[in-house]
Design a protein. Structure first.
Length: 254
């Protein structure tokens, strides 16, 4: 070793520098990953706090107003004789109000749900069916393709919101006899599909959304926010399919 040439010594110094630079790069990479993780956790906490605030406001204002209107209308309808033509016209309005309040409750419950209840995306989305257990004759099926992967909390939350909205629409508006939820995990990413054999969507509603409703718009905005691609196929003869694809680099937790 004492007789090593200057070139050999120089070579040794250079290799050492390369190793140090490589270690430095890995260290920086680790810091970047940890930083993204902490940023995602902070973002998730902010969203949870914001959802709780919105849920409280919806319950204390809009939902309570509907409760009051429903009560007053119910009292007025009950005071009418059974054969009254007015009563026959008001009864459907009462039913619509009841459905609206039930949907409002479900929305508020969804807003206030914590991530601990959605730690498993498949279980969480499957549980949506329980909210509509009174819907008789609906064949609900869940299918998982591939090996489930741990998802980034903030991304999983958005996927859950999109899937929940799609399932609620299917149960409430599709008049479907069969609804399917499919989650496919591949090396390239996650694909979620919600399919039904119902009446389909009006082409104009599919294109621009129903006036005063933000479900489809919200799903598209959420998909864009997480780098996903949302596709909706619908017809009166084949029902509706809502498909969300999210690349691995965005969805899977490192």
């Amino acid at each position: 070793m004492l007789n090593a040439s200057p070139m050999a010594a120089l070579s040794f110094v250079d290799n050492s520098s390369i190793e140090e630079r490589s270690a430095g790069k890995w260290y920086i990479r680790g810091l970047e990953i940890e930083g993204r993780k902490q940023q995602g956790e902070r973002l998730l906490q902010v969203r949870l706090e914001e959802r709780n605030r919105i849920a409280r406001e919806l319950h204390d204002t809009l939902l309570q107003t509907f409760f009051g209107a429903l009560y007053q209308l119910g009292v007025a309808v009950d005071s009418l004789p059974p054969e009254s033509q007015v009563k026959s016209k008001l009864d459907p309005i009462l039913h619509i109000l009841e459905l609206g309040i039930e949907e409002g409750r479900n929305a508020i419950q969804g807003l206030r749900s914590s991530d601990s209840r959605r730690s498993d995306l498949v279980v969480a989305l499957s549980a949506v069916h329980q909210e509509f257990s009174t819907e008789h004759g609906v064949d609900f099926r869940v299918k998982v393709v591939g090996q489930q992967q741990p998802l980034r909390p903030a991304i999983q939350d958005e996927i859950y919101r999109i899937g929940r909205e799609a399932l609620v629409n299917a149960f409430c508006h599709a008049a479907a006899k069969r609804i399917e939820l499919e989650l496919e995990y591949t090396s390239s990413g996650l694909t979620m599909r919600v399919l039904d054999d119902g009446c389909g969507m009006d082409p104009q509603v599919l294109d621009t959304g129903r006036q005063g409703h933000w479900g489809l718009t919200g799903m598209r905005e959420r998909a864009a926010r997480i780098g996903g691609l949302l596709k909706i196929f619908s017809s009166s003869s084949a029902g509706t399919e809502i498909q969300l694809s999210v690349p691995t680099r965005f969805a899977v937790q490192l």
